[in-house]
Design a binder for this molecule. Structure first.
Ligand SMILES: [Zn+2]
Ligand SMILES: [Zn+2]
Length: 361
C-alpha cells in the first residue's frame, strides 16, 4: 500500500512524523490531498493533554482544506448537491457524526453521543496535519468555488463555523444593531466578520493586542478598546458612549478568559443578548450580579460544536467576501509537516495571527 506523511501525537507532548498508509476511499467517502491545514489554538491543548483523553496515537489537525484525490465509487456530488470531480477544492466538517443516536436523530444537534473527532493514526484518518485526509462515509464535505484561495478559508479555521453557530444560537443580529466582541483571536475576529456582514451598526472590539485590534478593524470593527491600561468601568463607559444608554444588542464572549464573563454580563444592554463562545478551557467559578439578568431582560446562551451547515456557511461566506476583506493575509506563518512542533510553539507564543501546515513545503 502507498504511504504518505502524517503528524502523529503518539502520547501527550509527543509529536512525531510518521509514514501512514494511503487508503482508497469508501464507496461513499473521499480521499483528499491536503493543501493547507490550519493550526488551531485547541491543537496545543490537545498536544499538552489539557483537552482530555484521546485515542492515541492520533493524527493532528481539524481545519483541512484540500483537493479531491479520489472519489468513492458512489459519490458524484458534495453534501450540498454540487457536482464534484477529482481536483476540486473541498472543505469539511471534521467531526464524524453517527446519524443514528438521540442527538443526531431527535435533537438534531451536535455534538452527537458518538461524535468522533480523531481516529487512530494506524487507521484511515481525516486528521489534516498530513499529506492526505480520508473522509469517512457520512462526513460532510463541501466543494469550494474555484476562485476561493485556500488560505482565505484556513485563515479563521474552525473559528468562523463556531461564530456562525454562536450567532444562530443567540438569534442573529439585525442591521443597525450594535455588537460588542470580547477578544480578537480567531473566534472574536470571526464574530466581527459575521456581525459586519449582518449589517451591524456598531462593532466594538476589546483586546490587549494592538495588532489584533487593527485586524479587527480591517474585518469590520467600527471601534476598538485596548484592554491594556483600561478598567472594566472605563470600558463600560466607552461602550455605552458609543451605543447609547440602552447598551449593546449583542455581546460576544470570545476572550477565553474567565474574567471576561462577569464583565460581559455587565455589558449586556437592555433586552440584550450575550453569547459565550470561548470559555471551554477556562475552568473555575465566576461571580456575577444575577439581578442584572432580570433587570435587563437579558438572554445568555452558550455555543459550541458547529454543525455541518456552519462549515457550508463558512465556504459561502469566504467565497463572497475574500476579495473585499483581507482574509488570506491573516495567514502569517506557514510550516512544513516536519515542523509541526514549531507551528504549535508559535501558536502558544501568541506571536502569530494564523499558522498553517503546508505539506508542499
Ligand atoms: Zn449521533
Ligand atoms: Zn480549530
Amino acid at each position: 500500500m502507498p504511504v504518505a506523511r502524517a503528524v502523529v501525537l503518539a502520547a501527550p507532548n509527543s509529536v512525531e512524523t510518521w509514514d501512514v498508509d494511503i487508503y482508497d476511499p469508501a464507496p461513499t467517502g473521499v480521499l483528499v490531498r491536503i493543501v493547507v491545514g490550519g493550526v488551531c489554538g485547541s491543537d496545543s491543548h490537545i498536544v499538552s493533554g489539557d483537552a482530555g483523553e484521546m485515542p492515541f496515537p492520533i493524527i493532528l489537525g481539524h481545519e483541512g482544506v484540500g483537493r479531491i484525490e479520489k472519489l468513492g465509487a458512489d459519490i458524484t456530488t458534495d453534501c450540498a448537491g454540487a457536482p464534484v470531480e477529482v481536483g476540486d477544492l473541498v472543505y469539511w466538517a471534521p467531526i464524524a457524526l453517527c446519524h443514528r443516536c438521540y442527538s443526531c436523530t431527535v435533537l438534531d444537534n451536535t455534538p452527537c453521543e458518538n461524535s468522533q473527532f480523531f481516529e487512530r493514526a494506524d487507521k484511515p484518518n481525516w486528521g489534516s496535519y498530513a499529506d492526505y485526509a480520508w473522509l469517512p462515509p457520512g462526513m460532510a464535505f463541501y466543494r469550494v468555488p474555484d476562485h476561493v484561495e485556500p488560505e482565505a478559508l484556513a485563515a479563521l479555521g474552525c473559528a468562523l463555523p463556531t461564530a456562525l453557530r454562536g450567532f444562530e444560537q443567540a438569534g442573529g443580529i439585525q442591521c443597525n444593531q450594535t455588537v460588542v466582541v470580547q477578544g480578537a483571536g480567531p473566534v472574536g475576529l470571526s464574530a466581527v466578520l459575521v456581525a459586519s456582514l449582518s449589517g451591524a451598526a456598531e462593532i466594538i472590539v476589546i483586546d490587549a493586542s494592538d495588532t489584533r485590534l487593527a485586524i479587527a478593524r480591517s474585518l469590520g470593527a467600527t471601534a476598538t478598546i485596548s484592554l491594556t491600561g483600561s478598567s472594566s468601568e472605563q470600558r463600560f463607559n466607552d461602550i455605552y458612549g458609543l451605543t447609547g444608554p440602552s447598551g449593546p444588542d449583542l455581546v460576544v464572549e470570545a476572550a477565553g478568559v474567565l474574567d471576561a464573563f462577569p464583565e460581559g454580563v455587565n455589558l449586556i444592554g437592555q433586552h440584550g443578548r450575550y453569547v459565550v463562545l470561548g470559555l471551554w478551557g477556562a475552568m473555575g467559578e465566576s461571580a456575577i450580579q444575577p439581578r442584572l439578568l432580570t433587570t435587563k431582560n437579558a438572554h445568555i446562551v452558550g455555543a459550541t460544536f458547529p454543525k455541518p451547515k456552519h462549515y457550508y456557511g463558512t465556504v459561502q461566506l469566504v467565497a463572497r467576501c475574500q476579495d473585499t476583506v483581507p482574509l488570506s493575509a491573516l495567514v502569517t506563518h506557514r510550516f512544513a509537516l516536519e515542523d509541526a512542533s514549531a507551528a504549535l510553539d508559535a501558536i502558544r507564543s501568541g506571536t502569530v495571527v494564523k499558522a498553517v501546515i503546508d505539506p508542499a513545503l
